[in-house]
Design a protein around this ligand. Sequence first.
Ligand code: DX5
Ligand code: ZN
Length: 225
Amino acid sequence: MPELPAAPRINPSILAADFANMQADLARIATADYVHVDVMDNHFVPNLTFGPQMVERVQATSPIPLDVHLMIADPDRWAPGYAELGAASVTFHLEAATEPVALARRLRAIGARAGVAVKPATPVEGLYDILDDFDQILVMTVEPGFGGQSFMPETMPKLRRLADEARRRGSAVWLQVDGGIAASTIEQAAEAGADTFVAGSAVFGAADPEAAIAGLRATAAQHRH
Ligand code: DX5
Ligand code: ZN
């Protein structure tokens, strides 16, 4: 019997949570797949969030595994530390890394899934020959730095090309989108080939985050690539 495709993954971003009530907000998203943790350094992006100490506490408190998104300069130096503290997945930006393949191998050696992210204007063709070195590719659907921005549909052709290429090569890499994902936009991202969806405002801004997660997952499943 052919294997059924995995259900689309929904990863709520705690950038939209209440930083003073993190434990309670983490409990509200226990039905999600991963908790998406946005680390920003006020250098790679013009905003500052938190670093390893905070991520370690989120790790200790979260009912679900961590999907860490590093929007920081010099990930070659800092990313392995997030894998060491137990994050299930660590994604760094291609634009910031000096040796992305070597860094991905180090992350995997520590036991994390290795992810690479591209900003909206960064081409994906350079990733085609190194797909096997990554467990996840994050196609940003907003300029990284802030939650609550509008989804950029112009990133979809690039995502579709990447998804087609990954399929052609028989790659198991997960394709993630992040930024402006909501009930009104998740359909086009799923159709273009995403299987993993980050949503901040659409989950934590909802009266019932669990219902929002279930709704996003169902819509994505109906519109698979
Ligand atoms: C933006 C972050 C996103 C952000 C998404 O730089 O990487 O993860 O939290 O927030 P929404 O879903 O509100 O666009
Ligand atoms: Zn993010």
